[in-house]
Design a protein around this ligand. Structure first.
Ligand code: FAD
Length: 399
């Protein structure tokens, strides 16, 4: 890298943080700058629906690094500033406030934002959950006895339901599909998630959509597609995320998620993308797809740093994520949509099992419930392509 404009990172989440850290760890001594739209330094998002919402974790502990780290590492933070446009030919990033920043190498790491439900967000008690400000507002609404309706039974909707329940709220989940996570896990295991919530006192209404919101400034009742009405004090819309990449309009990159090849390289020279904003190539499906999970965001941020420095890629890893609900650790590895058969090891009724998805006998994915130490064994199983399930004890307890 001849010039000294250095590495500029648009976006200030996990992928951005990991990229900056890897650059420094690998000895890069040029400028590293992070443009971060939120008014805080990069922080960890998963606790927003878990410990932070429950009040068991405080905001300060979410920061990836103590404030002094950025000065020590000479990583310059442009806090509360927003990338608004890109001129890749001139290697310039335009900010919303009219400033522009030159770069040698640019990483796009602006993540994703929560999808909005048409007609819902004019009401003051309808919440999304993507950032700290959202979590603070929702926490305030979750009083004991409050009636909370969660629209969408994805992982975030389910975690909010579980946390709200622990705070004494009366919770109803409304899900359009036949079962929570049915498209990912299949309806049988999706149904297990419905049962989990019902056992904890949550109403789970599947194959149902919202027909209307009733109320003036706040929603007082939600009318469902079948005509049923639900009273509510607060509503959470958890219907997935969309890439926060609309600012790339006119840059030569698509504004609906950035396709990347290895190391996060985009179609434009000196421009990389990582995390939720990026769409790596899925060899099996032959298309670019987004991951939207923590582990992939962190790994892809590091991989982009390695590519920027001209280093060989690190070891590739199976995609994985976790969720915490009712004190239960739920982990998922691989891609169950590749599977044609599911094998269960353990006791679903006791919230202690592993589901292994196979395709033509070969393990392609695993769901682990209540087995926090079993991930390495499940990973070995899928990576080795073994035909046989390891002994129950191994899937349960490998540390
Ligand atoms: P983000 O974390 O979204 O960070 C992007 C940052 O860029 C944000 O701060 C955003 O404000 C900023 N930004 C956006 N646009 C601009 C712009 N134009 N200019 C400058 N900055 C911009 N994953 C799991 O695997 N397990 C979990 O249990 C889990 N729980 C989650 C719980 C919640 C409530 C949420 C919201 C997510 C959860 N995730 C979980 C997903 C995981 O947190 C994300 O996949 C990960 O944060 C993505 O990292 P990222 O760096 O790509 O993007």
């Amino acid at each position: 890298m001849a010039s000294r404009n250095g590495v500029l990172i648009a976006g200030g989440g996990l992928a951005a943080q990991r990229c900056a850290e890897t650059l420094r760890r690998k000895g890069y001594d040029g400028p590293v700058r992070i443009v971060a739209a939120e008014p805080v330094a990069p922080y960890d998002r998963p606790p927003l629906s878990k410990g932070l919402l429950a009040g068991t974790v405080d905001e300060a502990s979410l920061a990836y690094r103590p404030p002094g780290w950025y000065d020590d590492q000479q990583v310059e933070l442009f806090i509360g500033r927003r990338a608004a446009g890109l001129d890749a030919a001139q290697r310039r990033l335009y900010l919303h406030d009219g400033h522009e920043l030159p770069y040698d190498e640019l990483l796009i790491a602006t993540g994703s934002r929560a999808r909005r439900l048409p007609g819902a967000h004019r009401f003051e008690n309808v919440h999304l959950l993507r950032d700290l400000a959202d979590a603070r507002a929702l926490r305030h609404a979750l009083r004991p006895g409050a009636h909370l309706v969660v629209i969408g039974a994805g992982f975030i909707g389910q975690e909010v339901a579980a946390t709200a329940r622990s705070l004494g709220a009366e919770v109803t989940i409304v899900e359009a599909a036949a079962a929570p996570l049915g498209a990912l896990l299949g309806d049988d295991l999706g149904g297990w998630f419905s049962d989990l919530h019902r056992e904890e006192g949550v109403k789970v209404l599947c194959s149902t959509t919202v027909a209307a919101f009733h109320g003036r400034d706040a929603v007082e009742e939600i009318e469902l597609s079948g005509g049923r009405r639900l009273r509510c004090d607060a509503v959470v819309v958890g219907i997935g995320v969309a890439p926060a990449t609309e600012w790339l309009q006119g840059s030569g990159l698509p504004a609906g998620g950035v396709p990347v090849s290895s190391g996060g390289r985009t179609a434009l020279p000196h421009v990389y993308a990582a995390g939720d904003a990026a769409m790596p190539f899925d060899e099996r499906r032959g298309v670019h797809v987004r991951s939207e999970h923590w582990e992939a965001a962190g790994r892809s941020g590091s991989e982009a740093a390695r590519a920027i420095l001209g280093l060989a890629p690190g070891r590739s890893a199976l995609s994985s994520f976790w969720s915490d609900q009712y004190g239960l650790r739920i982990q998922y590895l691989g891609d169950s949509r590749d599977g044609d058969v599911v094998e269960i090891d353990g006791a679903p009724a006791q919230r202690d099992y592993t589901a292994v998805y196979r395709r033509a006998g070969r393990p392609v994915a695993a769901l682990l419930v209540g087995r926090p130490h079993a991930l390495p064994a499940a990973r070995d199983l899928i990576e080795s392509g073994s035909q046989t399930l390891p002994a129950t004890e191994q899937l349960k307890e490998t540390a």
